[in-house]
Design a protein around this ligand. Structure first.
Ligand SMILES: Cc1ncc(COP(=O)(O)O)c(C=O)c1O
Length: 426
């Protein structure tokens, strides 16, 4: 579709067209493992990457391809690769860049599962992570070495909902010839497009706001196509050296600025097997059609609830940006509002009081997810961030006294009444 359409239009149409055979207007769910070749030559060309086409759904699938094109369009990227979870997207993206012994630098404030994945499981591959204070972009400089292959941040942090200066961090990463990978899950492309601020690769857990109703897991990697991997041959050998499994093909030479994405499919999905199912892609596509309407309501409700909480006598602190004095970050990254994921502290709150509060809520669901139409609540220190050390919990913005909310799209008055009756019990 044309690139001049606005966000709301692209959210419904990008990547999709009526089915040429049946006329089916909704994207069909192509539940098939494999695709019949036209001839032996066709099969050989597909396997040698001489021709693009469908071979086997571990690599590619027509329903999933619509999701990929839609999110590439919404984020302003050249190509996207879907995976079966947000964590798989992080794995496949870094699998293009890091070999054993390599390093990457990640923000301190990240979803607890990402901190674990990076510092524990990725260590088994010999990938070493260092953490930097994303609120002080300059602190990145001293952590970069010859072995650093990527910088990773969240555009808006989970659980606190803090804004991060993507542009300042991108400039520093680029000064060192390193790509910036941005997890845009909490913001969604409706609120922030990291590529506009210099991000090279954007990652989402589509499990959250994009599918939007707490139904299916998924992830996506969107390539801006702007990072000149081919210029730094020795730094990125996986993209710039001949690949023996594809007859010595060099991804950046053969596919130009699509090289990163083609390798993510042809090697990453082929060998790590984290493909997204057609059914899950279909559900997420339907979620994305209403993304702009939902996020407007999420953002409106969250600002209302956060401001109400910030004035409540039993609350000492709320992290939501709307409760803080306006900064340059608000102006730069908050033009369309702020995310509905944030934390707050009960005044002199103990762990027991936090538990009592969470258990007293009736409308809010107590569960481990964000970005659902339903309002959600959790105590991160004992759940999503529980595998971190006490010190790392505080660094990640998940101290013991904090409660995380993900505000849904219900009526604001009902949400406030539920919070009020639960606070009365504390
Ligand atoms: C910000 C963020 N990134 C990544 C993930 C991982 O996504 P998934 O659960 O789809 O693997 C999560 C999950 O909560 C998240 O909140």
């Amino acid at each position: 579709m044309g690139t001049n359409y606005q966000f709301e239009t692209k959210a419904i149409h990008a990547g999709a067209a009526p089915d040429p055979i049946t006329g089916s207007r909704q994207t069909p769910i192509h539940l098939t493992t494999s695709y019949q070749f036209k001839s032996s030559e066709h099969a050989a060309n597909l396997f040698a990457l001489k021709e693009f086409g469908y071979i086997y759904s571990r690599l590619h699938n027509p329903t999933v391809a619509v999701l990929e094109q839609r999110l590439a369009s919404l984020e302003g990227g050249v190509f996207a690769v879907a995976t079966n979870s947000g964590h798989a997207a992080q794995l496949i993206a870094l699998f293009n860049l890091l070999e054993s012994g390599d390093e990457f630098v990640a923000a301190k404030k990240l979803y607890g599962g990402s901190i674990n994945q990076f510092s524990k499981s990725f260590k088994q591959f010999g990938w070493n992570v260092k953490f930097f204070d994303e609120s002080n972009p300059e602190s990145l400089n001293s952590l970069i070495t010859d072995k650093t292959k990527a910088v990773f941040i969240e555009s808006v942090t989970n659980p606190e909902g803090n804004l991060v200066d993507i542009e300042a961090i991108a400039n520093i990463a680029h000064k060192h010839n390193i790509p910036l990978l941005v997890d845009n899950t909490v913001a969604t492309p409706y609120l922030i497009n990291p590529i506009q601020f210099g991000a090279d690769i954007v990652i989402h857990s589509t499990t959250k706001f994009l599918s939007g109703q707490g139904t299916v897991l998924g992830g996506i990697i969107i390539d801006s196509g702007k990072f000149p991997f081919e210029k730094f041959g020795n730094k990125f050998p996986l993209l710039n050296n001949p690949d023996s499994s594809y007859n010595q093909l060099v991804f950046t030479k053969a596919f130009g600025n699509l090289g990163f994405s083609v390798r993510a499919i042809a090697v990453g999905l082929r060998d790590l097997g984290c493909q997204q199912s057609a059914f899950d892609a279909f559900i997420t596509l339907n979620g994305i059609e209403t993304l702009s309407l939902r996020i407007q309501q999420h953002a409106k409700n969250a600002a209302f609830v956060a401001q109400w909480l910030s004035k409540h006598p039993k609350i000492s602190w709320v992290s939501h940006p709307s409760t803080k004095p306006e900064t340059d970050l608000h102006k730069k990254y908050g033009q369309k509002g702020f995310s509905s994921v944030f934390t707050f502290k009960l005044k002199n709150g103990t762990l027991e009081q936090g538990v009592k509060f969470v258990e007293s809520l009736k409308l809010f669901s107590h569960l481990a997810n964000i970005g659902d139409t339903r309002s959600l609540v959790i105590h991160p220190a004992s759940t999503t961030h529980s595998q971190l050390s006490e010190e790392n919990k505080i660094l990640a913005g998940a101290g013991p006294e904090l409660i995380r909310l993900s505000i849904g799209i219900e009526n604001q008055i009902d949400l406030i009444q539920d919070l009020e009756q639960a606070l009365e019990k504390v």
